[in-house]
Write a protein of this length. Structure first.
Length: 149
């Protein structure tokens, strides 16, 4: 588990995605506190992520530091709720491991996962999968039990 000191870093307040949706890690902390204060039950965060426009590079890599920033900020906010506020959070998962069609926009351009799928909005592409940089970051975070946050 990260220490209290590692959770003191204040996450960015909020910033927009390419689709104009606000990313708000402090809102996650607020919501965790609100739900825990109201129901006094352990909480499990499911499907925390946001859609981003990823680019498959010619060498087959996908560099997505914006996804790492999103995850880091939200996990820091969650840890602050746990360590500083006493919220009982028993688990966390991100949206999904693989890119899927966005339910909000019905497009493949809006990508959510750690694994890129070579497919466009019209179903064209090889369907080949490519691991994104965020995959390795998240893998290492889990392996370190949060110490690499």
């Amino acid at each position: 588990m990260p220490t209290t000191a590692s959770c003191r870093a204040t996450p960015r307040k909020s910033w927009p995605t390419s689709w104009g949706w606000q990313i708000d890690p402090i809102g996650l902390r607020y919501t965790l506190n609100h739900l825990y204060d109201r129901y006094n039950k352990p909480l499990f965060i499911l499907e925390n992520s946001s859609g981003f426009m990823d680019t498959l590079e010619p060498d087959g890599t996908i560099h997505d530091p914006y996804r790492v920033d999103f995850l880091r900020a939200h996990i820091q906010a969650m840890m602050a709720a746990v360590i500083q506020d006493g919220v009982d959070v028993i688990g966390y998962t991100m949206w999904g491991p693989i890119d899927i069609i966005s339910s909000s926009t019905s497009e493949m351009t809006k990508r959510y996962g750690f694994i890129y799928v070579d497919q466009d909005d019209y179903g064209n592409g090889s369907k080949k999968r490519y691991i994104k940089d965020s995959y390795y970051w998240y893998r290492d975070l889990i392996a370190s039990n949060g110490a690499n946050l």
